[in-house]
Ligand binder design. Structure first.
Ligand SMILES: Cc1cc2nc3c(=O)[nH]c(=O)nc-3n(C[C@H](O)[C@H](O)[C@H](O)COP(=O)(O)OP(=O)(O)OC[C@H]3O[C@@H](n4cnc5c(N)ncnc54)[C@H](O)[C@@H]3O)c2cc1C
Ligand SMILES: NC(=O)c1ccc[n+]([C@@H]2O[C@H](COP(=O)([O-])OP(=O)(O)OC[C@H]3O[C@@H](n4cnc5c(N)ncnc54)[C@H](O)[C@@H]3O)[C@@H](O)[C@H]2O)c1
Length: 471
């Protein structure tokens, strides 16, 4: 039997951060990993997907500027892009991250971990054995999510792509069908089209990126179409079969044939084989937590869940943020130190509810934080949406000829602070943190008026939004 102060299940970005913070708080930590240390993000999500997208963005940026455009000829070198992607995925080896874990003083236990009642974890080890780990203070579930696949006749036999194959494929499929209208669908349609695939994007609903401001999905749909992607709304697959090629039957009677089909249809929490039933929780569901990370419905203040698995915000940076906050809360509770649970306090993940930033790396990029106008209105806030065309900002027009872009700030009329901001356009990813700071710090409009953006940068959008609000 091995006893540790804390046992962490899952060494993705969330588990790594939570383990490190608990250890920095004076606790011994074992971290259990069934696949690769670094998790989905490092090998099959953020890193390889952005490595696929960045060359396309660099090329598109050059093509948008007269003078540079003339120096660019030809398409992306797909083999070189895939090779660079492989490097960013560390060739699907985790030695570097294992070194980091060990250097940070954390004990790695390889294998599939499962709860076995309060503060007990059984690990099926790669040698076929089992190891029992017990936790003096806490067990933290950081097991992430897996791709959700619909219950579609024929699906099991067609070897569909999920986000894993879409981010790790070593071949460019001549024809790719993508199902879904969320972030994975939009980013992967962008990437594989730029790499040379004929792409059809089959969207069940009527818009792309449905959780964002409507103008974001509209801009991405327009540009995907301009790039040659066949974007179809109101299109649902009813049946799928593979006969060498994949054929999808659509509900309107059409069929689509492709070399590969990517299902980008959301995520399910990795909680089906986790022993949740041994502590009174339901397998297959997210592990609900309070703002300090404690699992609700479990007595004794020992079970935590952080990152994708708790369903609060399915983003690496939010998982890492929860890892930092919940890891410190575990150490504080263990030492009997008081927690700071006031809103925005040291021990609570308030940003999950108020200011989640996200960048969608399509062309144009979409970057957004906080509430959309519709969400703020639905929450009963008295708000005004302030809109401005980014193409009219001097810095943007220098950035690209005929710059296309848009920004919206959602102003709370009672407090005169920002509840949310969305930017759409080339190069807006790096603008987002300014908005995140404004939302988190609840900077009054009257003070933002004194935050002077440099001329001529795209950041001058801030001045234009403020002027529009004051007019
Ligand atoms: C294609 C794609 C692109 C994305 N791009 C971005 C992006 O650009 N930016 C962004 O912020 N987010 C992005 N995301 C989301 C991001 O990948 C997740 O939010 C992030 O990986 C969550 O981290 P996590 O540590 O909570 O879970 P994961 O990264 O899923 O890690 C969980 C770990 O737990 C392990 N595990 C699971 N069960 C067990 C068990 N029983 N025992 C032991 N180990 C176990 C798994 O093997 C895994 O290593 C993307 C997602 C996808 C699918
Ligand atoms: N750049 C980034 O920040 C980034 C990139 C990729 C993924 N992610 C995160 O990963 C998570 C997963 O992304 P995702 O795009 O897989 O999920 P999602 O929930 O964002 O989108 C899933 C889409 O699939 C559709 N869908 C679901 N079931 C369907 C079905 N049976 N048939 C047709 N369509 C169906 C939904 O309507 C939705 O449009 C998201 O929460 C996202 O935030 C982030």
């Amino acid at each position: 039997m091995d006893e540790f102060d804390v046992v962490v299940l899952g060494a993705g970005p969330t588990g790594e951060n939570l383990a490190e913070r608990s250890h920095a708080g004076g606790l011994s930590v074992a971290i259990v990993e069934s696949e690769l240390v670094g998790g989905e993000c490092s090998y099959w999500a953020c890193m390889p997907s952005k490595a696929l997208l960045r060359p396309a963005a660099a090329l598109a940026d050059a093509r948008r500027v007269a003078g540079a455009r003339e120096a660019v000829s030809g398409a992306l070198d797909a083999a070189a892009v895939l090779k660079r992607r492989d490097e960013f995925a560390s060739h699907w080896k985790d030695d570097g991250q294992v070194n980091w874990l060990e250097g940070a003083g954390l004990q790695l236990v390889r294998g599939h971990g499962r709860l076995d009642g309060p503060k007990r974890v059984i690990v099926d080890t790669p040698d076929g054995g089992q190891r029992l780990l017990t936790a003096r203070h806490a067990v933290a579930v950081c097991t992430g999510t897996r791709a959700a696949l619909p219950d579609l006749p024929g699906l099991a036999d067609v070897r569909p792509w999920t986000s894993r194959e879409a981010t790790s494929s070593g071949q460019v499929p001549p024809r790719l069908a993508v199902i879904g209208g969320g972030v994975v669908a939009c980013e992967m349609a962008t990437a594989w089209r730029a790499l040379g695939s004929e792409v059809v994007l089959l969207v069940r609903g009527s818009r792309l990126l449905p959780r964002m401001e409507p103008f974001a999905g509209e801009a991405v749909a327009d540009s995907l179409r301009a790039a040659g992607v066949d974007v179809r709304f109101g299109a649902s697959a009813t049946e799928v079969r593979r006969d060498g090629l994949v054929t999808l039957a659509l509900d309107g009677g059409d069929t689509v044939t492709a070399d590969e089909v990517l299902f980008a249809t959301g995520r399910v929490p990795a909680t089906t084989d986790l022993g949740l039933e041994t502590v009174g929780l339901s397998p297959g569901r997210p592990v609900d937590v309070d703002a300090t990370g404690l699992a609700t419905g479990v007595t004794g203040e020992w079970l935590y869940a952080a990152g994708d698995v708790n369903g609060r915000a399915l983003l690496t940076h939010q998982g890492k943020y929860q890892g930092r906050i919940f890891g410190a809360a575990i150490a504080d509770r263990a030492a009997g130190r008081p927690l700071d649970t006031a809103e925005w306090g040291r021990s609570v993940a308030t940003a999950d509810e108020r200011a989640v930033p996200q960048v969608v790396f399509t062309d144009p990029e979409v970057s957004a934080v906080g509430l959309t106008l519709e969400e703020a209105t639905q929450k009963g806030r008295r708000v005004r949406g302030v809109d401005y065309d980014l193409g009219n900002v001097a810095g943007a027009s220098l950035h690209a000829d005929d710059y296309q872009g848009h920004a919206r700030a959602v102003v709370d009329l009672d407090t005169e602070t920002l509840l949310g901001v969305t930017f759409v356009g080339s190069g807006v990813a790096e603008l987002l943190h300014s908005a995140t700071i404004a939302v988190v710090a609840e900077v009054p409009i009257s003070r933002l008026w004194h935050a002077v953006p440099s001329y001529p940068t795209i950041s001058e959008i801030w001045l234009r939004l403020l002027e529009t609000y004051r007019n």
